[in-house]
Every structure is written in structure tokens, then in C-alpha cells.
Design a protein around this ligand. Sequence first.
Ligand code: UDP
Ligand code: MG
Length: 340
Amino acid sequence: MTKEIDELPVRKPATSIATSGRRQSLSIVIPLLNEANGLPRLLARLLPVLERTTYDYEIVFIDDGSTDATLSQLRQFNETDPRLKSVSFSRNFGKEIAVAAGLRYARGDAVILMDADLQHPPETLPQFISLWERGYDDVYGQRMDRESDSATYRMMARSFYAIFKVLSGTQLHENAGDFRLLSRRAVDALNQLGERARFNKGLFAWIGFRSIGVPYNVAQRQVGDASRWSTRRLLRFAIDGIASFTTIPLRIWSYIGLLVSAFAFIYAAIFLLKTLIFGTDVAGFPTLIISILLLAGVQLISLGIIGEYLGRIYDEVKARPLFLVAEEIGFTPNQPAKPG
Ligand code: UDP
Ligand code: MG
């Protein structure tokens, strides 16, 4: 890993003054769902880290339909420091979409994505930044221990990654979460992807560019309940991920159909010969019922899968905006935000 780093040319001079003379800047994008209790603590740890860098910065909070005091806190933040900006959704659109929105609003030369619950330690940010300075476009945090997750969760996550790789051919970064730094060109690439079913983890891998992992330890969630993700939501997330990256589940049924038909044909031939030669009397009701049930099952599954994709096509065709903004705080009119 270190060897690779040394081979890359250093992109920026240490002073971080861009060729235009403008100081380069960082955007921190933080999605929030009912995080009012944790916000002051987050800023207390994040701001000193940002102050110590040589860059200008902005923090873009995406309030994903919080129902607690999150929004009023965000308004106060912006009054005391105009660099703390926020976008408030009209309702809860989900973290993936909140991140997509953050990427569109962020104006920095590098954009850092992190959670609000301090599970992503701000103290590791200088490492991310120095790798970006060395020319990496996608610096992702790599979870070293997954102790804060249950054993079942870890097992499910592992099988999901395996299935995803086999089906889509896209290798997701091992143990990479949403703690990430993206260069301007990586962000611009992501912003061009218009799909509604956002599977960020896959999209980050799909855009390519030079990427590298930074190991970090996941802290326990500081405030609030264990996670904002329910099992149902995680399952939905996994299905979305696979369906938006591969059509193999859709195509595989033609092969299975072919196989089943071939099997039925051979069986029929054998049965015919047997009847002609030995003249056996009518039998085989069990076979009949089994084959009917088997085929009906296969057909239902394949219909269901077609339905999954059809639903997705329907969603994309409707071309609804990705998200709706109820309030923008701290964005100047000449810094237009691109809505969904
Ligand atoms: N989050 C969000 N919208 C949601 C769920 C979560 O913006 O619908 C935010 C949440 O406030 C936090 C981050 O996404 O900043 C990660 O959420 P959480 O800690 O619940 O997830 P986990 O750590 O289990 O991935
Ligand atoms: Mg968390």
C-alpha cells in the first residue's frame, strides 16, 4: 500500500493554493435524521480538525426529514458561522439520497462524506486529505473492527458482498462504509448519474478513478438508538443494490427454462419408449404433480424478478426528482443548488 502511494505524483503544492490563486476548499457532507442531541458534540470534535488544515471549508448538513430539533439547530449554526450550511428535505428520503443531495450542493475541491453520530472519527480526516493531495480521487474509510455490529449483521453483510460481486462483476471496496473523501472530478462524475435507485457504495466503485482505503475504528454510536436502519430497510437496500447493478437475475431464467424444458423432453421420450415397449399401465401421478408444482414455482419466482425490474423501470420513467427541498440555509443565490 505504501509503495503505491509513493509512486503517485503529488498534485498540489503544500500551501494548497490552487493555480487560480484561490485557496482550495473542502466540503463536509453530513446526512442527518433526528440527530439534534449529537450535533454539538459532533461540531466540537470536527471543527478543530478542520481549522487545523490549510484549506477553506464548508459543512453541508442534509436534514433528511428530521422531526426533532435538528433543523432549528442547523439554523442557529448558520447564524453563528456562515460556513455551516444546510439543506432540509421535505420528508425523509433515506440516507443514500441525502448523500446524493450533499454531493450536488457541495462546492469544495474535495468532498468528505461522514455520519453525524461520531462513528466516523473526525481525527482521521487529515489522513484522508493527505491521500487526496497525493492524487487519489476516492479515499474510503475501511472499518477495522465490526464489533459494534451483531454477528448476524456481519454474516449478512459478508454474504451480500459475495453475491454482489458474483452477479455484477463490480467489486465493492472491502469493509468500506460511507466515510469517504471524493475529489471534485469524482463528485462531478457521480452527479452525472441520474438514477433514482441510489446505491452509493456501488456507484463509488463504478466510477473508477484511483481509490485507496484508510483504516479506522468504528466507534459506538454516541447518541441516540443503535442505528437508524431497520432490518427491513437493510434488506431493501441490498435488493436495490443488486438490481441496480446487474440484470443477471432477470436473464438467468431463460437458462433455467431451457434446462427444465430439456429435462421434460428427455423424460417424455423415455416414458414414451417405456409405454411402447413394455405397455405399462397409467401411472406417474406423483411425477405429474411434482413437475407441475416445480414449474409453477419457477414461473412465479421469475415473474417476481421481472416485477422487481419492471417496478424499477417504472420508477425511473416517472422521472421524479430525487429529493424535494423544503429549506436551504446559507446557500447564496449565485451558488445555485441543483435540485434533484
Ligand atoms: N440517516 C439519514 N437518513 C436516514 C437514516 C440515517 O440521513 O433515513 C443519517 C443518520 O442521521 C446518520 C447517518 O445517516 O448521520 C448514518 O445513520 P446510522 O448511524 O443510523 O446508520 P449506521 O451507522 O447503522 O450505518
Ligand atoms: Mg451510525
